[in-house]
Design a protein around this ligand. Structure first.
Ligand code: FAD
Length: 638
């Protein structure tokens, strides 16, 4: 974490100085907004927390409920979401507070006693080397609290407007500015409900599965409506079930299936009890808590399961459904119209809770949209960039629905059909095969101006173009700090360019990296010069890093290319955090781990949402310029 750049500030460095017009409480909703977010679930808050870092963007987030969530709903935090939380600065807090999923066990009916269950498998939950981040379990309400803190501590001091319900919107496609007219209803302390009218440049519906924003733009969730109901309860219980503190999937002979998810704090556990298929929506609502507990007790047999307290319970009844597009522009009008209204999260896709993806994919949608809105609203990129949100995330959601269909069938399959010839239960085999998917690490964006998937991959096969940047260990040259290279990325809408040096002496001005840096610094066509505003820090839009093969003790910071030692801020202080070395322990060497071409080096371009955009040759600085010319507007050049 870097701070004091513009002068010493006492106190908690996570709390940014309030922007001049944000020193007072946020006040009433203004008549005009740049971005109106509807709904303060995981999707809405992921978006709001990003936008909050930009006080020049007028953002508000409205929520129909009276206050922040305290209990219930989703709890699985995938490795990918943890990587994203790290960019927001609260992954460590989730690690401290949450339950870390280390292993998963599988239980089937005992062949010697079919009314009892028996453990048939035990596997490591996350494959080694998949991510530096663990799979965690933490109440959705606590995750949301952490986002609310990020918003409050930002220079915007953004707060949620509770008791405020989105009613309807109208888009004037001919209006150049503030084309979306929104009607809201606000519940006041005196019991009165008042209507509010707002004009917005953009509206984002993060308002859940029954999204009113989705309805307002004429989109529908389409899918199967053979609803599957799950009873879910967060309990404090006494049991002799031996895997109670391990994530477990249990299939009984006659009574159905259970997922046991140990929860944060050491005592709490979430129990998902599969209920029979419901033909009519809402049919399962007649289910009572005692009936749910009795069903769980029957499945746990021969183990006793005594519930002492229930913190939250619900019957979660859901089908698989998806909208065809995540914005207001029909496919046939994409050439002529720009998107103004977006939907994200459960508003676009619903699926079972069995693979723990609901909160994760919803946050992923909003992380994808956030930097694009910021880039357009701060004048860095053309508004046509916003078309890419629906293109990219609709495909991800389609994959999720396909996966969830398969996984639901496996989990719900009656026990008899379940075992493979080699004796491994099918649900265990499927779980291992799809570990990368459930960790959130299979998303791959297609070839586009934002992801050049079709070239130069061979220079660094371990940095898959279109997939999330797979972090690896490095040592920071200036202070010998061993750390993860991916942790240089923050949720601040900046691009990252990692230049992996060839096996040469970087202090030699003729080395590839020195020549590449000199070209970027001097050529007026260089993206650093073209797209960095004249009065901004050199890394205001694009952060450049050098990664070297030499051990950190064999390089001298002051002889490294000057571009990697930029001077920043009010006092033009040197930034010491742009140069990294490979770890000397071979199993932790980033060049080996990611297959970086040692002879030629390479350049890895990473998007603000941590996805690899391009791998480029080090001796072709023009390729970097060409890439960014496809992303940025030419602004006030240096
Ligand atoms: P949501 O979390 O649904 O957030 C939408 C927000 O928008 C809500 O706060 C809502 O009050 C607000 N809103 C809605 N309409 C309006 C409006 N007109 N105006 C203003 N605000 C509005 N997932 C699991 O993995 N496991 C579970 O056990 C599980 N249980 C669930 C139980 C319930 C009752 C629900 C609703 C969901 C559950 N989920 C569960 C799903 C998981 O919570 C979601 O996938 C995830 O929260 C999606 O995030 P989101 O931000 O898209 O939507």
């Amino acid at each position: 974490m870097q701070f004091h750049e513009n002068g010493f500030h006492a106190g908690d460095p996570r709390i940014s100085q309030a922007a001049p017009d944000r020193e007072q409480a946020q006040g009433d909703l203004p008549p005009r907004l740049d971005v109106l977010i509807v709904g303060s679930g995981p999707a809405g808050l992921t978006l709001a927390a990003q936008l909050a870092r930009f006080p020049e963007i007028q953002t508000r987030i409205v929520e129909r409920k009276a206050q922040a969530m305290t209990l219930g709903q989703a709890d699985g935090v995938s490795c990918r979401s943890m990587e994203m939380f790290n960019a927001f600065g609260f992954a460590d807090q989730v690690k401290r507070e949450g339950y870390r999923v280390n292993e998963t066990t599988f239980w089937n009916p005992d062949p010697d006693d079919p009314v009892a269950i028996k453990r048939v498998g035990r596997v490591q939950d996350v494959e080694d080397g998949l991510s530096e981040m663990p799979h965690m379990i933490l109440n959705q309400a606590r995750v949301q609290d952490m986002y609310l803190d990020v918003m409050r501590q930002s220079s915007s001091r953004l707060e949620v407007d509770y008791n405020t319900r989105f009613v309807d919107l109208h888009i004037d496609t001919d209006a150049a500015d503030y084309p979306v007219s929104v009607t809201l209803e606000q519940q006041h302390a005196d019991g009165e409900t008042r209507e509010i009218k707002i004009q917005a440049r953009y509206v984002v519906g993060c308002d859940g599965a029954r999204s009113a924003v989705r309805t307002a733009i004429g989109r529908q969730l389409k899918g199967d409506f053979a609803h599957q109901a799950w009873g879910v309860m967060d309990v404090l219980a006494d049991t002799n079930f031996p895997d109670y503190r391990v994530k477990s999937i249990i299939k009984s002979q006659r009574d159905g299936n259970i997922l046991v998810i140990p929860r944060e704090g050491g005592y709490l556990a979430r129990i998902y009890v599969e209920l029979s298929q419901v033909s009519e929506r809402g049919e399962s609502r007649s289910l009572t808590l005692p009936a749910l507990i009795a069903k769980a007790q029957a499945i746990f047999k021969p183990y006793q399961f005594e519930v002492r307290d229930v913190a939250w319970w619900s019957v979660y009844e859901i089908g698989h459904s998806l909208t065809d597009k995540f914005d207001d522009v029909p496919v046939e009008a994409m050439e002529s119209r720009l998107p103004r209204v977006f939907i994200a999260g459960d508003a676009c896709h619903t699926h079972s809770a069995k693979a723990g993806q609901g909160m994760n994919v919803s946050m992923g949608d909003a992380f994808n949209l956030g930097w694009k809105l910021i880039s357009v609203l701060t004048g860095r990129a053309a508004p046509s960039l916003l078309h890419s949100y629906s293109d990219e995330r609709q495909a991800v959601a389609q994959d999720l629905i396909n996966f969830d269909h398969r996984w639901s069938r496996i989990i719900s399959a009656p026990f008899a059909k379940d075992t493979q010839e080699d004796g491994t239960p099918l649900f265990q085999k499927h779980f291992i095969e799809h570990g990368r998917f459930t960790a959130g690490l299979t998303v791959k964006y297609a070839d586009s101006a934002l992801t050049w998937t079709d070239r130069h991959q061979a220079l660094a096969p371990g940095f898959d173009i279109g997939m999330r940047f797979h972090s690896a260990p490095v040592v920071r040259l200036a202070d010998a700090k061993a750390m993860e290279l991916g942790h240089t990325i923050h949720a601040d809408a900046r691009w990252h360019v990692y230049a992996f040096a060839a096996d040469e002496d970087p202090s030699n001005p003729e080395s590839r990296i020195a020549r590449w840096c000199a070209e970027l610094a001097q050529n007026p066509a260089s993206p650093l010069r073209r797209y960095t505003p004249a009065d901004a820090d050199p890394d205001a839009r694009i952060c450049l890093y050098g990664i070297f093969q030499q051990a950190h003790r064999n390089l001298d910071f002051e002889t490294m290319p000057a571009l990697l030692r930029p001077h920043k801020g009010k006092f033009k202080l040197k930034d010491y955090e742009k140069i990294y070395c490979a770890d000397t322990y071979p199993a932790r060497d980033i060049f080996s781990l990611r297959g970086v071409d040692r002879q030629h080096g390479c350049v890895v371009v990473v998007r603000p949402d941590q996805y690899v955009a391009a791998v480029l040759p080090l001796d072709e600085p023009a390729a970097l310029a060409e890439f960014f010319d496809g992303v940025f507007f030419v602004s006030d050049a240096k």
